[in-house]
Design a binder for this molecule. Structure first.
Ligand SMILES: [Zn+2]
Length: 76
């Protein structure tokens, strides 16, 4: 489970004040991490051995989704 307060503190420490598109402060932090998976160049299918865990933050106003690398944020 993702610590929403820790995520908010991290993004604020990077100078992110709101949505990157509309500027709204209605940012909703997902409780789960997500997988950003590479596509295998040969098969065209997902390569589950390569990818990144990401935290998902969705703007409650315009729906823009922002992804942040979980390890860089200290979440894994
Ligand atoms: Zn927005």
């Amino acid at each position: 489970m993702v610590d929403a307060q820790a995520v908010r503190a991290w993004i604020e420490s990077k100078g992110i004040k709101g949505c990157g598109l509309c500027g709204s402060a209605e940012l909703q932090v997902s409780k789960d991490l997500y997988a950003l998976v590479c596509i295998n160049r040969t098969t065209g299918g997902p390569d589950l051995k390569r990818g990144s865990r990401v935290a998902r933050i969705r703007c409650g106003h315009c729906g823009h989704v922002m992804l942040f690398h979980a390890r860089q944020m200290g979440l894994e």
